[in-house]
Design a protein around this ligand. Structure first.
Ligand code: PEP
Length: 301
């Protein structure tokens, strides 16, 4: 029984909606695959710095270091990643702001991208403590995470703010990695579909047509983040099919959908092989270079 079924057993109304999305999943995955091939052929992916080796339709593996690191620790980890990265891998690490210069210096010329975990929605001005998208671009960032659940829950970021941040990141020429995902309470109450749909809809309603083509969406169920309890493949298949359907309905095809939440070497293969999963956003396991590289290895299989 999937985690979704376990919760839906308590919330019978949700069951039929969930089965509808399941039915859509395989068809959408196939359609998406062909749209992505077209992107690769047209060179769209090649133009993204995140996809330094993008001619191969590989999975994105993005590390989120969160509030961890020191110059000493980072030096060791970045050197190990650089040494272990293989041709065709599409890896990136999102480091704390003060270490962007270090990441840039260590990873420049490698196939590994680097980025930030947050960004200001403002371009410049009297916004003490903020970091703009242009500043991130200045440090060679290829991507920035926006709307991580920790930002939403602990720092009060709402859907509208997340959408403005996504637009700012794209306007600066980077890839916005937009996180969506429901809490355990929301899932238990049968609100998963409503929550993730609302979060994505807010972004799609605000950003430009050009930004829509640049979006990477990470489904990160809050209950799976940092808990060691990843979502089941069935859960991920269901939500990714839902997101794919919503994107396609909005005329956006070929979007990369990442899964995040307790991804590690031991479960990466199965999760990455799930329909409509184009990569992973990895928190805790990205702090261990060996583990992160094993996830990258799983993405190659
Ligand atoms: C995250 O914070 O984005 C995340 C997925 O964390 P973890 O892999 O540790 O669950």
């Amino acid at each position: 029984m999937s985690t979704a079924e376990r919760f839906f057993a308590k919330c019978p109304n949700q069951r039929s909606e969930s089965s509808r999305h399941f039915a859509l999943s395989e068809k959408s995955a196939a359609k998406h695959k062909s749209a992505r091939s077209m992107c690769i052929i047209s060179g769209f992916l090649k133009s993204e710095r995140l996809m330094a080796t993008s001619m191969v339709a590989t999975k994105y593996i993005v590390g989120n270091w969160k509030l961890h690191g020191s110059t000493q620790e980072n030096a060791v980890r970045l050197a190990a990643l650089k040494a272990g990265c293989r041709h065709g891998d599409a890896l990136a690490v999102c480091v704390p702001f003060p270490y962007l210069a270090q990441a840039q210096q260590a990873l420049q010329g490698s196939a590994i991208g680097w980025g930030a975990q947050n960004v200001s929605e403002q371009a410049k001005g009297a916004f003490t403590g903020e970091v703009s998208a242009a500043m991130l671009a200045d440090f060679g960032c290829s991507c920035a995470i926006v709307g991580h659940s920790e930002r939403r829950a602990l720092y009060g970021e709402d859907d509208a703010t997340v959408a403005r941040k996504a637009q700012a990141v794209a306007e600066a020429g980077m890839t916005p990695i937009v996180c969506v995902g429901e809490t355990l309470a929301e899932r238990k109450c049968g609100e998963m579909v409503q929550v993730v749909t609302r979060q994505l809809a807010a972004v799609l309603a605000h950003v430009s047509a050009e930004t829509k083509q640049r979006l990477v969406i990470a489904y990160e169920p809050v209950w799976a983040i940092g808990t060691g309890l990843a979502a089941s493949e069935d859960d991920v298949r269901e939500v990714h099919a839902l997101l794919r359907g919503q994107l396609e309905k909005a005329g956006v095809t070929g979007t990369r959908l990442l899964y995040g939440g307790s991804v590690k070497a031991s479960n990466a293969g199965a999760l990455l092989n799930t329909a409509n999963v184009d990569g992973a956003l990895v928190g805790g396991a990205s702090l261990d270079a060996e583990e992160f590289l094993k996830i990258a290895q799983a993405a190659r299989a």
